[in-house]
Design a protein. Sequence first.
Length: 342
Amino acid sequence: MTPVTAEPTQRGTPSVLELPGASERLRSRLADGLTAVNALITARVDHDDPFIAEAGSHLTAAGGKRFRPLLTLLAAELGAGIDERVVAAAAGVELTHLASLYHDDVMDEADVRRGAPSANAAYGNSTAILVGDLLFGTASDIVADLGPEAVKIQAQTFVRLCSGQIRDDRPCPAGTDPVDYYLGVLADKTGVLIATAARYGAMFSGCDAATVETMRDFGERLGVAFQLADDLIDIESEADETGKTPGTDLREGKRTLPVLYVLGSPDPADARLRDLLTGDLTDDARLDEALRLLRVHPAMDRAREHTYAVAREAQDVLATLPDSDARDALHALATGVVTRVG
C-alpha cells in the first residue's frame, strides 16, 4: 500500500465510495448503508412544527459527504458488517457533527456553510444555538437505544469536543509549546468524534476489543490529519472550491499550524508577515497580503509534511488488522483526507 506522499489533487472531502481501496462489492454495501443512515437522519430531524423541521434540516439539505458515518459503516466491514445498530450509531455521530456546525457558525459569525447561507445567517444566532442543542439531543436519543456503553462514549466524546472548542477559542497558556497545544486542541475538537465514528463501527459489528481500540486510535489520528488539511485549504483554496471564504481562520485570528511556524521563525525576512499575522486581519487588504505571503512561505510545506506524517501514522495503526477490502479502503481514506484541495 502506498504511503501518503502525493501533492493535493482531490477536490472536496473524500468519500469512501470514491476511493480506489474500495471494491465494487464494498462500495455497494456502503452505498446501501449510507442510504439507510440518511433515511434515519431525515426521519429523526423531522418535527411537528414546520419551522423547527426546516431549521433542523437546514444543514442536512445543504449536502455534505457524510464522511463520519461512512467511516462508521466502513469500520463495521472489519466485523460482521452493517446492520441496524451500525446505521443508528452512524446517524448519531453525524447528527452530533451537524449540531456542532450550528454552534461553530455562531461562534465564528459565519455567513456561509457548504455553499449556502449558514444557519445563523438564515435564522439568527439564538435559533441556530437552540437547533444545535436539539440535534445534540436527537443524537443522544438515538445512541441511548444502543446501550449504556454507547451512551458513555457519546458523553465522553461530547465533553472532549466542547473542551477542544473552548481551548481553541483561548490563547495558548504561557509556558506551553504553542504547536503541542494546538495539536491537542485538534485531537479534542475534531479527532475525538471521528475516533468515535470508527470505534462505533467496529464495536457494533462485533469486532474484538483490540480491533475496536485500533479503530479508535486510527480515527483520532485521521481526525487530526483531517483538520490540519482543512487549515491548509483555508489558506490555499479559492472560494469556489470550498464554498467558504479563503483566509477565514486568519481573519478570526486563529493560529493554525502554518501560522505558528511563521510566528516561531526568527528570520528577519519574515518580519512583515509576522506583523500581519499578529495584527488586525479584518481589513481586506491586510488579509490579502497575509495570504499572498503565507502561500509561498516554507511554513506551508512544513505544515503539509506534518499533515502527511499524521496520516501515515494513522495508516501504520492499521498494520495490525488482517488484509481485507475494508482495510485497503481505510488506508486509502487517510491518503484522500490529506490530498484533497477543497
